[in-house]
Design a protein around this ligand. Structure first.
Ligand SMILES: Nc1ncnc2c1ncn2[C@@H]1O[C@H](COP(=O)(O)OP(=O)(O)O)[C@@H](O)[C@H]1O
Ligand SMILES: [Mg+2]
Length: 217
């Protein structure tokens, strides 16, 4: 049984999109894959990330997302403002049930790796305590070097096993996109995987195969 945290350099970089495509591809290969979004924020009624991920795997949304907050903020901010506490014990219980049920679990974070779930407890801490492998999703274009490097640095500082770096929404139109992969490679020793801007939710086969390779399948 393996579990991989799909984290990002920021919110809105494509974590759900990449997780969805990975889950679809794994399922097509016959892997018993589950998705898990421990806490989803900005939820009025139905958690949207959870809903999308559930369509990829056929899970119930409640199984994918056990905790929600209404505010479009970090889970810790939701806890402060909404006064509802996430129980790490319950969260871990849910995680253990899912790891027993699936061969491979894709865990989507919220925001980035240093985002707090609770006071002094980040997604990085969660990855360490649950022994999650990590995939960092960043933007392909301008502004990504600093964010990706810092995420890589924090991941390494916590002693986590980094599976790969994805530079998402590559268009070929921004000059920085051409040099970012090489520079990030020079700085981290990891060759980032570039995923192109897609006009559909389903990535083309080539990108899907590359994502499977990134997670070692
Ligand atoms: N490679 C891509 N091509 C086209 N649209 C993308 C791509 N990656 C992400 N998106 C879109 O960008 C938006 C933000 O992505 P999302 O996965 O929700 O980010 P996150 O989960 O990191 O907050 C969504 O509308 C998503 O469909
Ligand atoms: Mg998301």
């Amino acid at each position: 049984m393996r579990a991989i945290l799909i984290t990002g350099t920021d919110t809105g970089v494509g974590k759900t999109f990449i997780t969805y495509n990975l889950a679809r591809s794994l399922k097509e290969r016959g892997v018993k894959v589950g998705c898990f979004k421990p806490v989803e924020t900005y939820v009025m009624n139905v958690p949207e990330d959870g809903r999308l991920l559930a369509t990829a795997t056929g899970q119930e949304i409640e199984e994918v997302v056990p905790f929600t907050y209404r505010l479009p903020l970090s889970p810790r901010a939701g806890e402060i403002e909404e006064g509802k506490e996430v129980s790490l014990r319950e969260l871990e219980g849910h995680f253990r049930r899912l790891t027993n049920k699936y061969e491979l679990l894709l865990v989507e974070g919220a925001g980035g790796i240093a985002v707090p779930i609770k006071e002094r407890y980040t997604y990085g801490d969660l990855a360490r305590d649950w022994r999650l492998e990590v995939v960092i999703v960043g933007r392909a274009g301008l502004g990504t070097i600093n964010h990706t490097y810092l995420s890589w640095f924090y991941t390494k500082a916590l002693g986590l096993k980094l599976r790969g770096i994805v530079l998402n929404r590559f268009t070929g139109e921004d000059i920085s996109e051409r040099t970012n992969p090489q520079i990030i490679y020079e700085m981290t020793g990891m060759k980032p995987l570039c995923i192109r801007e897609s006009n559909s939710l389903e990535l083309p086969e080539r990108d899907r195969v590359a994502l499977l390779e990134l997670v070692g399948l």
